[in-house]
Ligand binder design. Sequence first.
Ligand code: LLP
Length: 425
Amino acid sequence: PSAAWFGPGGEATLAGIPLVRLAERFGTPAYVLDETDVRLRCRAYRAALPKAEIAYAAKAFLCRAMADWVRSEGLSLDVCSGGELAVALSVGFPAERIIFHGNAKTPRELQAAVTGGVGRIVVDNIGEINRLAALVPFGRRQKVLVRVVPDIAAGAHAAVRTGREDQQFGLSIATGAAGEAVARVLAQPSLELAGLHCHLGSQITDAAPYEAAARVMVEQMARIRETHGVMLAELDLGGGHGIAYLQGERGLDLVDYAGRLTAAVEERCAGLGLRAPRLVVEPGRAISGPAGLTLYRVISVKKALNHTYVAVDGGMSDNPRHALYGSRYEVRVVGRRHQGGMRTMTVVGHHCETGDTIADDVPLPADVHPGDVIAVAATGAYHHSMASTYNLTGRPPVVAVGPDGARLLVRREEAGDLMGRDVGF
Ligand code: LLP
């Protein structure tokens, strides 16, 4: 099931609840998340990769309920900040199932990760190895993964490609940094090198780059065995699994990906005489993205020289992705039948810059008017988590829908919340 697409007559519902009712009850803009859909996506991953560890990438979307759903579905959690770690621990997420990432973890974050007892910390620079080792209490060993650059290009946009040489993530094989990190971790009695990690990028829809990365990584594991005589137990191949944003688009085929990835690892291991490591994957977008949508209300419809602008009550503060990556979306007027056919229009927000666009040149009913409710599909990942308070706009609430109806997960941010931090007056 996917929450992403709407019926042709405007009769859009999520978990059986009309979207217009949700807009009336919770106000707009609002993010709506289908709990059942999230849970089914978690289960689909476990079914497709039954021997692997599935770590949901919290950066896509996290609140306490989400952390709890992921926990109860048996997934692990990839966190990349002290904030994400705190949310996870606050709902009793088992610390040993947490993987802590970051290319610039602060001393406080490293301390919080060690104190919190996270299962693995992913080393992403040489300098943090000694700092981390010094934080581990006497008698304990902290498991770490070393993040390696496989030098493979993949990902929907330059801003989200992290698998190539010469960017800020991971340690290069070519420069020797990866090998040096491995040697240094192995030399620290308080650290245990559990395995290697790589992450290619995001919104990848083809399994081929993952197969290529798997081979490179297995070769690195073989080299480590030769050099140091240790066989690493884990191979974390990151996330980046693409989803469909537009009708007719295809995301990464999970079953195809799972089969090809497993085969690539097993073949390469057999070729090198290695025992196959336990795989870890870190999907974020593919778990929460299609399960969510955003509701707005139309405030104005303006005909400019060549375009019609439909301005809504949200914008780049709740969805910066068009401005950042040129992302495109399915947009619908929901809850009423329309007349006069469809016209091409541009949906913009209420912020004071021309880049504040949600969807360029999309078909909308010719009679769209102020008060209409507009739904934007597949916004469950990297929307709430990337929201800002630009123009001192409060961030929208997050509403969950499920078999028991709708409930508020995160309340709307009000001016009072924003002023609550302003302590200098
Ligand atoms: N693991 C690591 C180490 C990551 O850096 C990421 C995403 C993931 C897993 C999860 O990737 P996913 O499966 O969600 O693609 N803000 C961008 C996406 C940035 C992704 C950053 N890292 C966007 O809105 O498209």
